[in-house]
Design a protein around this ligand. Structure first.
Ligand code: 13P
Length: 287
């Protein structure tokens, strides 16, 4: 069932667990994530970056595919379809296309402009019953050509954005997209703690879920993180399984070249990754 992310995240915050946002790239990705969520009776958020939206022939194609798949596969757990790191224009396009949730990433604007644009989108989302994520303090690393500086958010700015009525708030706490370098100093729990003290019951979002050690994930959840984004880890799992299939020469055996066979190990690898994360985040059985 396609829903806004509001209720599932408020429940997660109150219950001290987190809902996973898994980014999608195509039909296989979407199917793997939806089936795993249903099997584990877990709520789930499907993330779509602007780049992935373009790749999949536009946000309308994505929204229609996801809605149809939820129906055809008989998915009854709560599913939110969420724009990831949206621009102001991208957010408006997703609202029109039928997404149930958007992220407006105004972290690269001066705080006054971030506030102004976020507020306008909050009002639109509120009137339509959609959820909205805002960001303070750019997340480091590179994603779809968007390069963030790995900032640590100012808790007072977080409070200003939270007070605009957003559903959830992403704050930079030393997290980055993609693989973490060997000398990464870890998450800034002091900042996360300060943000939660000021923002209270607001569900906080941890981006860059790939490669964060399990103990840090658990600590982040205990300090108010209720949504954790994972993208690269599914890509790595898919690529490794596909590589193993081809290196074993299986595409050359019988009809092993059939895409339904060729892509099957990758799909299973995504399912295994999503399952592992849902278990770690504590969302299993929480649908
Ligand atoms: P990773 O690719 O590091 O898992 O980050 C995903 C993310 O934060 C999407 O917004």
């Amino acid at each position: 069932m396609l829903v806004s992310a509001k209720e599932m995240l408020n429940k997660a915050k109150a219950g001290k667990y987190a809902v996973g946002q898994f980014n999608i790239n195509n039909l296989e990705w979407t199917k793997a994530i939806l089936l795993t969520a249903q099997e584990l009776n877990s709520p789930v958020i499907l993330g779509v970056s602007e780049g992935a939206g373009k790749y999949m022939c536009g946000f309308k194609t994505v929204a229609d595919m996801v809605k149809a798949m939820i129906g055809e596969l008989g998915i009854t757990v709560p599913v939110a379809l969420h724009l990831d790191h949206g621009s102001y224009e991208g957010a408006k396009k997703c609202i029109e296309a039928g997404f149930s949730s958007i992220m407006f990433d105004g972290s690269h604007y001066p705080i006054e402009e971030n506030i102004e644009k976020t507020k306008e989108l909050v009002d639109i989302c509120e009137s339509l019953g959609l959820s909205i994520e805002a960001e303070v303090g750019a997340i480091g690393g590179e994603e779809d050509g968007v390069i963030g500086g790995g900032e640590v958010a100012d808790p007072n700015e977080c409070k200003m954005i939270a007070d605009l009525g957003v559903t959830m708030l992403a704050a930079g706490i030393g997290n980055i997209h993609g693989k973490y370098p060997a000398n990464w100093p870890g998450l800034r729990f002091d900042t996360l703690d300060a943000i939660q003290q000021l923002t209270g019951t607001m569900p906080l979002v941890l981006h860059g879920g790939t490669g964060i050690p399990a103990d840090m994930i658990k600590k982040a959840i205990s300090l108010g993180v209720s949504k954790i984004n994972v993208n690269t880890e599914c890509q790595l799992a898919f690529a490794a399984a596909t590589r193993a299939y081809i290196e074993a020469g299986k595409d050359l055996e019988g009809k092993g070249f059939d895409p339904r066979k060729l892509l099957a190990p990758g799909v299973e690898a995504i399912k295994a990754t999503v399952k592992e994360k849902m278990e770690l985040f504590g969302s299993v059985g929480k649908a």
